[in-house]
Design a protein around this ligand. Sequence first.
Ligand SMILES: [Zn+2]
Length: 486
Amino acid sequence: MESLLEQQFGTPVTRQPVSQPVSRQILHNESLIHYHQALSDRSIFNNCLHGLANTDYHHTEGTDTALYRTADKAVQKHINMLDGLALFLIFRGRDRKSQSVVATGMIRETRGVKIFYANNSSRQASREQRDYIDKLVEKFKNQHPVNDILKHVIQFCKEKIVQRCKKLAAKFDMNSTTLREDVSNFYGIRSDIAEYTEIETTLRDQKWIQKTSSLSTALDTFLRCAAKLTRLSTTQDIFDVLCLAYALTTITPGMENLVKPPIWRRMKKMADYRKICIRTRDIVRTIGGSSASITVDQLFPPDELEYEVYNSTLEALNTWSTVYPSDSPLQDFELQLKEYYPDAKEGQSGKIKILFSQHCELTVANYLLRLKTATKSLLGPIEIGCSKASCFWCDLYLTELNDILPKYGRVINRATHGNLCNGWMMPQALPGYENVNREVLDCIGRQVETVFAYGNDRRRKSDSLPLDREALPQDDGKEEFAEPKF
Ligand SMILES: [Zn+2]
């Protein structure tokens, strides 16, 4: 009978039952190391992923993807728009993590567009959420006022929006119970500089702040309002905060130079909601407004699956040593891992349950690829929007997929945050693209082997380790930091 893992991975690779692991000798003798054979064992795969996440989670810096950086301006703009649309479809906050990230894709048609979206959960949108989406589309088509559209979005995307607002307040050590009333001028902007007066005047003239308010007071109030927000806050309270974030980041040039980059990024994330309402409304007008055909369909990943793995990082990684074509299991966390991976977490003995899910960008990418292959319309890039940057594994998967796609039909998404996520589920191999899955598994195997090499060989991380290099997705462009899309 086909195992769950085989269903996930598509064409099963030949493997030994767990009770009779592939011998190290066999793997060695083949000389070409097929790590995917070892990783076709579900338990080894899950444990290795968990072990890697605990060992080297912040694997690389966040960057825009090479394909995005080198894409046409029009393609970049389109992906940015899809990123934005994803924000309008996040109905849950951190409490339902798998529903708090959304990816989007789009197919253009003669009289309009078909929009597709997915999150990491296979849970279907509720009737109320469906109605919200239908109404949102109608509002865009009928060119409703931006503020009306934004308020509609706030009602349904409240949890995520509130989280974003509170993250800014948290940067100033404020939350709903600590409003720091004894402090003023949190932003620390000097009032005797030209930019201050310019921003203050613009905000007053355009009625974003009261005529009698100083910029400094308005910013303090803005932060306290953001800190106070909860999921029970009124739409109007949230709306006011988002609007000032929009004004501060969009219509007052110079503000960017007065605040630190992390603060600026958080403010922009709050401002995005209003900005995207405006952009989307404009785009809908250009494709025909009320006469445009716009559909929004949810795509479903496989069900999330909970698996038990070893809590201890060493134990989890050592499941690999049953098939690992090398010397010995890791024995000592401090000496063999911590020394080379300072952020490594030891974990306790026993087992831990981890929820594995297929990440939304891969669900959308594979669906659009299948659709384009079926209709033989692989002529343009497959543009994917996402509410946050992709993890290391999704980025790797897309890189391997793009390696075998024609140049003009590649999948392009905005960015990767480079983290080795735990609980990552490999999509079922698409017919004709089975090699993608094998390559990804081989790369995961190389990552694990690299950890063992550091540990057992006691090599410094700075020493050249070809395996580690190979394990990284190819990226020949210059590094450019993306704004993490949380
Ligand atoms: Zn991912």
